[in-house]
Design a protein around this ligand. Structure first.
Ligand SMILES: [Zn+2]
Length: 289
């Protein structure tokens, strides 16, 4: 049903988060090579297998105008969630991107960050950043330094050991630093659809909603500062209003725009309808030793 009989499928026998083996199927049954199930212990929705051969993923996005715009919008979104902290890094601030998105690293460098990444793929020669050739889900991986901002963008849903990757992030977080995690939003499904749009079973490992992502972060001592998942139209409206606010320095129009921006931001933070889900998290001071 969800894989051809002769496909080579690696079964996922337990929940990637809590390792419980009891599950309630949402798609398929025990007999299907790849199904989707909810863990009866922690509630995480996860796949029950994946293709042994890496499913050919779409080629990495070329860094064209559209891609640059998407990255800039992501930056604006994270910055808004952090109350403007992202665009005002302290001198010498550092950032680490798990997965090493070239466009993202370029942008963070432009904003003044010492930008590094990790990758399990051979580093593309064109990537002009320091990339650590490590698997962040392996125990004991230590890069020997800490970072002010650590990003996992579209990574966690593909990792078989998501908690290990979050542990890696928590271990490498400088005091006062933040972790930004973006994943596809499990709750973004059309009425009657079982899976979110665009999902092809075979390489995803888990699907997150607000609660399961927050709990995954809490499991490694990271507390959520802000959560976001809003429809694109709302996101665009916030971005436009923000630009207008910046252009109009005073007067009633500025005050009106500010009110509109605040209302849109509240609506955005309360919405759970976006294709993507983002949480920014930190390690509370009392946990820092
Ligand atoms: Zn579980």
């Amino acid at each position: 049903m969800w894989a051809e009989p002769n496909d080579d499928v690696i079964p996922h026998l337990d929940c990637p988060m809590c390792h419980n083996q009891d599950r309630r199927f949402l798609v398929g049954t025990w007999e299907d090579p790849i199904g989707v199930a909810r863990c009866t212990a922690c509630g995480l929705v996860h796949t029950t297998g994946r293709h042994a051969e890496a499913v050919p993923l779409p080629p990495a996005h070329p860094i064209d105008g559209m891609r640059r715009r998407a990255i800039r919008q992501a930056f604006e979104r994270y910055d808004r969630m952090l109350g403007g902290r992202l665009r005002t890094p302290a001198p010498g601030a550092s950032t680490l991107d798990v997965g090493s998105d070239e466009g993202w690293l370029d942008l963070m460098k432009l904003w003044g960050y010492d930008a590094e990444g990790t990758s399990t793929e051979p580093t593309p020669a064109a990537l002009g950043h320091r990339v650590h050739d490590v698997d962040p889900t392996q125990c004991g991986v230590d890069l020997g330094r800490q970072y002010d901002v650590i990003t996992l963008i579209d990574q966690l849903d593909l990792l078989e050991r998501p908690v290990a990757a979050l542990h890696f992030a928590a271990r490498h977080l400088a005091p006062g630093g933040v972790v930004i995690v973006e994943v596809p939003n499990w709750n973004h499904r059309k009425p009657g659809a079982v899976l979110p749009d665009g999902v092809e079973l075979g390489h995803q490992v888990a699907f997150y909603d607000r609660d399961s992502l927050r709990e995954a972060l809490l499991a490694v001592g990271l507390h959520s500062l802000a959560t976001w998942s809003a429809p694109q139209a709302l996101d665009r409206a916030i971005s436009t209003t923000k630009q207008l606010v910046q252009r109009r320095q005073d007067g009633w129009m500025n005050r009106t725009l500010r009110l509109a921006e605040r209302a849109l931001s509240h609506a955005s933070d309360a919405s759970d309808q976006g294709a993507k889900l983002v949480i920014v998290a930190h390690r509370p001071i009392e946990d820092v030793h």
